[in-house]
Design a protein around this ligand. Structure first.
Ligand code: PBG
Length: 323
């Protein structure tokens, strides 16, 4: 045969044909919007390393969440920044703390919008680590009790889902037990199951003022080199009772997303993190990249890799783009 019978370009001849043959599609429901709420703010405060993202006051939080919901976004993921931080993250489980207040506000004003809360200590500890420090490192088992209290305070305020992001061993089982005991057996747990230690969380730590004061997070978060270990992390969280699992970050872990998608049946979400957002924003601002196209390609790649839903600071722009 002198010429190929298969002509792949037939699929691409017109815009309409390209649409008809699209394998991966995105819609507003695919995006979950992370939001920062800071106690004591009168008006929203820009975050310099995350252009377009704000530290919200209660008023601006409710406004932004409502705007996102009107665009078809079905869930927000809340991060709290307390006024006071201490060694033991006491503010993290205060029933009148920043997150319980924000949850009540949002559930009151926009009942159909799902409110997911990040369950972690690092925004509340003076040392910036994700748990209780004993002898210079985060002590696993003493931190479990803290996480139980945090998750419970969020569930009691009406959170639709709690999302532990600390990477302690055994936390999913501990949180499940605590929730069940107190009557929250129907509150799902979204586990940050395969969470890598990465520089790509840098801008988030500016936003939440949660950079570790000493050391790093490498004794609890995953090394970039390890894929099998990531799959075991996911498997263990499933065995402990996670209702859905997350891979984080996204673009540097597409292989983990694909392998997890093939191996596990649970809903699988990916977190397109702050640094992934900010580097495209920065290049866009400099005129080195088409920001919108870079966003769209990144999000498509994450979905194509196998993620069911994507947590992204671009949720609103993406909802408009992919409506
Ligand atoms: C809290 C937490 C972090 C992120 C989500 N939850 C920071 C960290 O682990 O240092 C990062 C999110 C992002 O970079 O967008 N543990």
């Amino acid at each position: 045969m002198s010429f190929p019978i298969q002509r792949m370009r037939r699929y691409r001849k017109t815009k309409t044909l390209r649409l008809l043959f699209e394998e991966t599609r995105l819609a507003p429901v695919d995006f979950i919007l992370p939001l920062f709420i800071a106690e004591g703010l009168k008006s929203p405060e820009p975050i310099s390393s995350m252009q377009g993202v704000m530290r919200h006051s209660f008023t601006s939080l409710a406004r932004e969440a409502a705007a996102a919901h009107r665009l078809g976004i079905q869930a927000v993921l809340l991060f709290g920044i307390p006024k006071k931080k201490d060694n033991l993250a006491k503010e993290a489980y205060d029933p009148n703390g920043v997150i319980p207040k924000a949850v009540k506000l949002l559930k009151g004003e926009i009942p159909d919008l799902a409110v997911i809360t990040d369950v972690c200590a690092c925004e509340y500890t003076s040392h910036g680590h994700c748990g209780i420090i004993v002898k210079g490192d985060v002590a696993n088992d003493p931190t479990l009790g803290l996480l139980q209290k945090i998750a419970l305070s969020h569930a009691q305020a009406g959170a639709d889902m709690v999302a532990p992001s600390d990477m302690m061993d055994g936390r999913i089982r501990a949180i499940r037990q605590a929730l069940d005991q107190k009557g929250f057996s129907m509150t799902p747990i979204l586990s940050y199951a395969a969470k890598f230690a990465t520089c790509f969380y840098g801008p988030f730590r500016d936003a939440a003022d949660s950079a570790p004061a000493f050391g790093d997070r490498k004794t609890y978060q995953m090394p970039a080199s390890n894929a099998r270990e990531a799959l075991r992390e996911i498997q263990l969280d499933i065995e402990e009772g996670a209702d859905l699992v997350m891979v984080k970050p996204a673009l540097t872990a597409l292989d983990i997303i694909t392998r997890a998608r093939q191996r596990f049946q649970l809903p699988l979400w990916a977190y397109h993190v702050s640094g992934e957002y900010s580097m495209i924003k920065a290049a866009g601002k400099l005129g080195w990249l088409n920001e919108e196209a870079a966003m769209a390609e990144s999000l498509l790649a994450i979905k194509r890799a196998g993620a069911d839903r994507i947590i992204t600071y671009w949720a609103e722009e993406a909802a408009r783009f992919f409506k």
